[in-house]
Design a protein around this ligand. Structure first.
Ligand code: ADP
Ligand code: ADP
Length: 233
């Protein structure tokens, strides 16, 4: 039940130029179905780079990355995009909702990208997820008419609408006040439990990391700690 495996992954930006920078080295990492894992580390340690590699938004310079058992390095752009759209959901610090679109249409967007015009089943699933994040009554509102915390909830619903095996979140609560951050984070835990999708979340907040069953720490592009957190609820 392995969702993700990285084997000897490295990343060098601007290779072969005077600006060459080794940002990730010898990364070995496995995530199983249903794991909730925090990714922590100082600014510049390579967390976003790692998330971009795992999300197939960028390619490793070394090593291999397996998604659901499939090696990804040799895939062409079209195959990578297909696999990304099928297997991965993203939540970013800035949610990137389309402001003039309704909340419902924002949640439907990944399905529209996948197969065009949404059908009744798509709408039902989007509405079910909006209800799950507490926004059933906001479906028809424009995305720019709701609060920041509500927008981040919409982004979570959008990330889950394709039923991804892996949910990647890059500082999803970085822009929110403490209480809103807590309630948004509670949604990750809930969907992790209910849907069994693996969740990898970058956070600077030690209290939120402590709620994850596992913590991986990066320093200078290397994993320096990978530990179970037995206290996590
Ligand atoms: P973190 O997310 O932990 O703050 P990043 O992955 O953003 O770390 O950055 C790690 C290092 O890689 C930093 O030194 C950063 O300046 C560099 N870096 C990030 N993205 C790029 C890029 N697209 N081109 C060149 N260098 C980059
Ligand atoms: P099963 O009992 O068949 O395993 P699931 O747990 O897969 O059922 O699905 C239960 C409900 O959760 C369904 O309504 C489904 O649409 C929804 N669901 C399942 N997985 C996800 C996911 N990763 N993201 C969003 N919704 C999901």
């Amino acid at each position: 039940d392995e969702v993700l495996r990285l084997s000897g992954v490295g990343k060098t930006y601007n290779p072969g130029t005077p600006l060459a920078q080794n940002v990730l080295q010898d990364i070995d990492l496995r995530l199983a179905r249903g794991e909730l894992c925090a990714l922590i580390g100082p600014s510049g340690s390579g967390k976003s780079t790692l998330l971009n590699l795992i999300g197939l938004l960028d390619s490793p310079s070394a090593g291999e990355l397996y998604l659901q058992g499939r090696p990804t390095r040799a895939l062409d752009d079209a195959a990578r995009t297909r696999l990304r759209n099928r297997a991965i959901g993203f939540v970013f610090q800035f949610h990137h909702l389309i402001p003039a679109f309704s909340v419902l249409d924002n949640v439907l967007m990944p399905l529209m990208i996948r197969h065009g015009k949404p059908d009744a089943e798509d709408r039902a699933r989007a509405l079910e997820l909006l209800a799950a994040v507490g926004l059933a009554d906001f479906a028809a509102k424009k995305a720019n008419q709701i609060s920041g915390g509500q927008q981040q909830r919409v982004a979570i619903a959008r990330a889950l609408v394709t039923r991804p095996a892996l949910l990647l979140a890059d500082e999803p609560t970085g822009n929110l006040d403490t209480r809103t951050a807590e309630s948004v984070f509670a949604l990750f835990r809930r969907f992790n439990r209910e849907f069994g999708c693996a969740v990898l979340v970058v956070t600077h907040d030690p209290r939120l990391a402590a709620q994850c069953a596992r913590t991986v720490e990066l320093v200078d592009g290397r994993i320096v700690r990978d530990a179970a957190n037995t206290a996590a609820k």
